[in-house]
Design a protein around this ligand. Structure first.
Ligand SMILES: [Mg+2]
Length: 381
């Protein structure tokens, strides 16, 4: 089999005004998506989503730039796959899309789901956690966070992750005030759903130590990116101070980047993303992390095709836990696929079909034309 063509579909959908949301100082105004499509001389087509954080148009350029190395080559030959190099975000996310599309092709050629190529006994379904809790505004009813949690419980989700809201400086929010909301949330949920917090690297180490202790006491499942990522010793200190795992690494694209965090016990769970570094790198990172007793729960924001790539990886992990599912991406998330995969009570079924097990419909670019510019605008108050 030989690769005959490769292209990148760049898609967008603006959020309606009432669906736009503000986190920290950014207003999110649209959903973006980039899909790498690899065609072959045997009529098989591979598809893979490249994380939209890499900027769809720049990723398309990288895919184009690599195409002479791919066209005419055998997609099943491992040497065909370019590798992430941790110097350019657009480059590595583009590789994430190419790598996932090649895995889709490998599965289709073998007549097996990707998860079965990754391990002999993969899970048939993966537990999702509802990822959002980033729409609440400290100035206008922060209790919106609690309403949202109740919605997820009603839809059958068994776990939820939330963020720390709009810029604390705007409204004089303190750790005490934040923890008041956290306790109210935990009390309302009352064990019906597991809870996780993502600090998005916005806290100081002193704030993070206090928050971590309270989350641990409340039985939280993890505390993600509490402080700026470069403070590896700070992470190690927080991680040592609580039983609850401290997690991170969603931006990392190479195993090498995880080494100091693993060696210093800075993370108890690592969070690479197949849309950012590819399925191959996720599995490699998982294997080494496992040797350190560290689990892997992929970062998985954006759309449904990336969710499927991450789901196959989770299904094949040595110690699978949960997979993130973005709850606020809007219609683009699943409408990029011909059919939405089955999600029942927060569990995603791995389709019993070759490859990633999903297809894209015709005419996506006409339906969701790409809108240039960033997905977020910065706001001041
Ligand atoms: Mg995160």
């Amino acid at each position: 089999m030989k690769i005959t063509g490769i292209q990148t579909l760049c898609l967008s959908r603006p959020h309606e005004l009432e669906r736009q949301w503000v986190t920290a100082r950014s207003r999110i105004i649209k959903a973006d998506c980039a899909i790498v499509v690899i065609e072959t001389d045997e009529g098989l087509t591979g598809i893979g989503e490249a994380c939209a954080y890499g900027n769809p148009l720049m990723m398309r350029e990288w895919v184009q730039w690599y195409s002479p190395l791919l066209i005419g080559r055998d997609p099943l030959d491992q040497r065909t796959v370019p590798v992430p190099h941790n110097r350019s975000w657009s480059h590595d996310c583009a590789i994430g899309g190419i790598d996932s599309a090649l895995w889709d092709l490998k599965g289709k050629a073998a007549g097996k789901p990707v998860s079965q190529l990754l391990t002999a006994t993969p899970l048939k379904k993966v537990r999702l956690y509802a990822s959002s809790g980033c729409r609440y505004d400290w100035r206008h009813r922060p209790e919106q966070l609690i309403d949202e949690a109740i919605e997820y419980i009603a839809s059958g989700y068994t776990a939820m992750k939330f963020r720390i809201g709009t810029d604390w400086a705007w409204d004089g929010v303190t750790v005490d005030r934040f923890l008041g909301l956290v306790r109210e949330l935990a009390q309302t949920v009352n064990g019906r759903m597991e809870l996780m917090l993502d600090g998005n690297q916005r806290l100081t180490i002193d704030q993070a130590l206090v928050v971590a202790k309270e989350l641990d006491r409340l039985g939280f499942k993890w505390f993600e990116e509490p402080i700026p990522q470069t403070d590896i010793d700070g992470y190690a200190r927080i991680n040592a101070s609580v039983d609850m795992p401290i997690t991170g690494g969603e931006q990392f694209t190479t195993l090498e980047q995880f080494r100091p965090y693993l060696e210093k016990k800075a993370y108890s769970i690592v969070q690479p993303d197949a849309g950012i570094c590819g399925i191959s790198a996720v599995m490699q990172i998982a294997e080494v992390a496992h040797r350190y007793g560290v689990g892997l729960c992929p970062h998985n924001w954006h759309n449904g095709l990336m969710t499927m790539a991450n789901a196959h990886a989770v299904a094949a992990l040595p110690n699978p836990k949960v997979l993130e599912l973005c709850m606020i991406q809007g219609p683009l998330q699943w409408q990029i696929l011909q059919a939405k995969p089955t999600i029942t009570d927060g569990w995603l079924e791995i389709p019993d079909k070759p490859g990633l097990g999903v297809d894209i419909p015709e005419g996506l670019e006409a339906r969701f034309p790409h809108i240039e510019g960033g997905y977020a605008i910065s706001v001041e108050r």
